[in-house]
Design a protein around this ligand. Sequence first.
Ligand code: FES
Length: 114
Amino acid sequence: MSGVSRVRMVFADAAGHRREIEHAPGCSVMEAAVEHEIAGIEAQCYGAAVCGTCHVYVEAERFADTGSRSPWEVEMLDALALSRPNSRLSCQIRVDAAIDGMVFTLPERQDALA
Ligand code: FES
């Protein structure tokens, strides 16, 4: 149970422009971003965790709120040139109350791995 009916998320591009959305819990952050047409979330594999083009940076102090990264996700992120310690694949983050209000910053570009 998420405990909320809508979850707020903020997407910031590399230039600092922000856009806030609200979305029902239960899907992935990538799916919510695509539905709201957030520029910069390409999601070429649409959630199969093989393309790397849904890459986001998570607020470092709230990183644990996004859940744990699978070994596969870590491997994918390690292969991305713009990866940082607070990187996640947004298709692997669930939209739920734990991430309410979180800021997801987009990398300068999305590098496809698949
Ligand atoms: S959508 Fe392809 S890795 Fe997330």
